[in-house]
Design a protein around this ligand. Sequence first.
Ligand SMILES: NC(=O)c1ccc[n+]([C@@H]2O[C@H](COP(=O)([O-])OP(=O)(O)OC[C@H]3O[C@@H](n4cnc5c(N)ncnc54)[C@H](OP(=O)(O)O)[C@@H]3O)[C@@H](O)[C@H]2O)c1
Length: 342
Amino acid sequence: MKYSASKNRYSNMLYRTCGDSGVKLPLISLGLWHNFGAKTPLSNIKKILFYAFDRGITHFDLANNYGPPYGSTEINFGKIISKDLKKYRDELIISSKAGYDMWEGPYGEWGSKKHIIASCDQSLKRMKVDYFDIFYSHRFDPNTPLEETADALETIYKSGKALYIGISSYSSKKTNQIYKILKSRNIKLFIHQPSYSLINRWIEKDLTKTIRKLKIGCIAFSPLAQGMLSDKYLKKIPKVSRASDTTSYLDKSLITKKNLKIVSDLNKIAIKRGQSLSQMAISWVLSNNYVTSALIGVRNINQLKENLESLNKLSFSASEMKIINKTAKDGNINIWKQSSSY
Ligand SMILES: NC(=O)c1ccc[n+]([C@@H]2O[C@H](COP(=O)([O-])OP(=O)(O)OC[C@H]3O[C@@H](n4cnc5c(N)ncnc54)[C@H](OP(=O)(O)O)[C@@H]3O)[C@@H](O)[C@H]2O)c1
């Protein structure tokens, strides 16, 4: 059946300006890392994307290697954006990234101009779009001069293949450096995409200060710690869950007794607040005003519905904040930390 977007799609979502740009992002953005690849029927993917857009989610985040197999999520998204969502293209912020392993050989990953330009071109073709709203360097490459990575991003930006440029999982130091290089080429770094959640607090050390100072946006990925910040793992590991999926990156070893105790304590605080833990985890990330958007993932519409309810209770009392920050210790779950160690 032909999709027609809800007329009320903008009535309940909230939007925040991304850094000092003129662009607003929805407080909740949807990432397609898991559950949108070749294994998932296109009809399920459509249901989730249409529901998201009907609820005011205007930003969909992808990368070259989302799947499995790599590339298949972009292909699926391409089928939808070129037909059902085509007439809404100007209402959408669509992003992709290059930098992680994508194809065989020495040019299939990292930060060389060769990789990034070829990958961007491939992604545009798979997604059947003329341009990306945001194109990211997915990770810092210690073996490529940052000037070269910036060169690739500049080429993409100046050829109109992306309207804005972002970086992901870069340290504060490397963020400052690439910001300066891009600025010298008349490009304002638009956004940083770091992992951030109640139990993954690495950005608080110095990156948040840099983000504020440079006036760039911040879209926090994995705010639910890949699902750990819900009550689903408190009793056992459910069969249908990311931790049970051998192709996922949520290794069971991250679900330690220590982390489960933290999650269980946080769950009690969430219930007292009248929220589920997933909702409180999203509200908490968004309570940091340097965070432009919380970039979530979902397996189905029910999860998305539940998570969207977090927008109804965004504020925390001082005493709630105090107990949450005392309880929510870093759980050593940041599997992207290598990239930000330079
Ligand atoms: N830049 C990067 O390097 C990078 C890396 C990772 C992710 N990202 C981006 O960030 C996006 C989000 O990452 P993420 O998927 O890890 O985010 P997340 O929101 O922390 O985790 C999403 C997962 O949590 C579970 N979940 C969601 N809502 C739930 C609920 N209400 N109750 C119980 N479980 C729930 C689901 O897993 P189950 O399968 O267990 O149901 C879902 O797939 C990605 O899609 C991608 O766009 C970027």
